[in-house]
Design a protein around this ligand. Structure first.
Ligand SMILES: NC(=O)C1=CN([C@@H]2O[C@H](COP(=O)(O)OP(=O)(O)OC[C@H]3O[C@@H](n4cnc5c(N)ncnc54)[C@H](O)[C@@H]3O)[C@@H](O)[C@H]2O)C=CC1
Ligand SMILES: O=C([O-])CC(=O)C(=O)O
Length: 313
């Protein structure tokens, strides 16, 4: 029996739960929200698609009843407010730090062995907060951002190349912020061919820039932040863990000297499996990439400092 809980049944949480159910990633998916009846309603709505879509996962909704989340293998935290056009993710810290901290503590009471996937923004800082306040081993606290950013990178590359996005490889490391993301253009390929051989330097720079502000662009169009790709990216990370897939996915994880950094959570490639983070992969970066990474880490650390100001740490 495998069980996943998704906390926050809003745009991202409900989409994530829906993808988990549709793909039969777990036997049971529990959605929990503070809004009376919303999780229950969305769970019932999803269960009424089971016959149409042909899945056997059971989706359960509850209003703030953590007993129903008991013994989850993986818990996804999406609770908190999203940004509005013109805002940065970092501006959400004041409201979201308190929400994420209390949710993480409640979760652990009922699922002491769960692996926790943090999605709420500012995600790297919320991952750091969860790790520090729960005191769990670092392999069990994973921030989701790189899976989404890499998917957007591959989308923009495929648009520039005029090819199928499934045939493009690429990774985004660094912080999950408009200015902290590092799309690794040097390592991106189309069917094994470096994209730098197929696109001009200017075009490639355009793709990198579009990827970095991918979330902001959608927020401007939608009036709130995106949810289809974020929810699917959350489900992708959960599936990699629950099905012990051993996939390499950039995730926000606690560094202790890797990439020359320590005491922060930031996006780097990791191998995901049944223990959560099975291994941190250390890429050989160029001097320029190393400099970008150091700058990104400094910015993430600065946001982490605000956790003390808002009384969360
Ligand atoms: N890491 C990433 O790649 C991404 C992160 N996000 C972030 O995910 C978060 C959620 O975004 P959306 O789903 O669009 O927002 P939303 O507003 O649609 O949903 C958030 C839900 O959290 C619930 N909630 C608030 N406090 C709660 C608590 N204490 N316990 C349980 N539930 C609680 C709300 O009632 C609401 O239903 C935001 O912080 C957003 O910035 C969004 C997209 C991508
Ligand atoms: O842009 C936002 O605020 C939400 C998010 O993290 C994303 O879609 O990448």
């Amino acid at each position: 029996m495998s069980k996943v809980t998704v906390v926050g049944a809003g745009n991202v949480g409900a989409t994530c739960a829906n993808v988990l159910a549709f793909n039969e990633v777990a036997d049971e998916v529990v959605m929990l929200d503070v809004k009376e009846g919303v999780s229950e309603g969305k769970a019932m709505d999803m269960m009424q698609t089971a016959q149409l879509l042909g899945f056997d996962t059971t989706v359960v909704g509850c209003t703030n009843d953590y007993a129903q989340t008991a013994n989850s293998d993986v818990v996804v935290i999406t609770s908190g407010i999203p940004r509005k056009p013109g805002m940065t993710r970092e501006e959400l810290i004041g409201v979201n730090a308190g929400i994420v901290k209390s949710v993480a503590q409640n979760i652990l009471k009922y699922s002491p062995n769960a692996i926790i996937v943090v999605i709420s923004n500012p995600m790297d800082t919320m991952t750091y907060l969860s790790l520090k306040s729960l005191g769990l081993p670092k392999n069990r606290i994973i921030g989701m951002g790189g899976a989404l950013d890499s998917s957007r990178f591959k989308y923009f590359l495929s648009q520039a190349l005029g090819c199928n996005a499934n045939e493009v490889e690429g990774m985004v490391i660094g912080g999950h912020g408009d200015t902290t993301m590092i799309p690794l253009a040097r390592l991106a390929t189309y069917k094994g061919i470096p994209v730098s051989k197929l696109l001009s330097a200017d075009k490639l720079q355009e793709v990198v820039a579009s990827t970095m502000v991918g979330g902001a662009t959608l927020t401007k169009l939608l009036g709130t932040s995106a949810w289809y790709a974020p929810g699917a990216a959350g489900a992708y990370v959960v599936e990699s863990i629950i099905h012990n897939q051993g996939k390499m996915v950039p995730c926000s994880v606690y560094l202790e000297g890797e990439y020359g950094e320590s005491d922060l959570c930031i996006g780097v490639p990791v191998i995901l499996g049944k223990n959560g983070i099975e291994k941190i992969v250390e890429l050989e970066l160029t001097a320029e990439e190393k400099e970008l990474f150091a700058k990104s880490a400094a910015a993430v650390k600065k946001t982490n400092e605000a956790l003390k100001e808002v009384g969360a740490l």
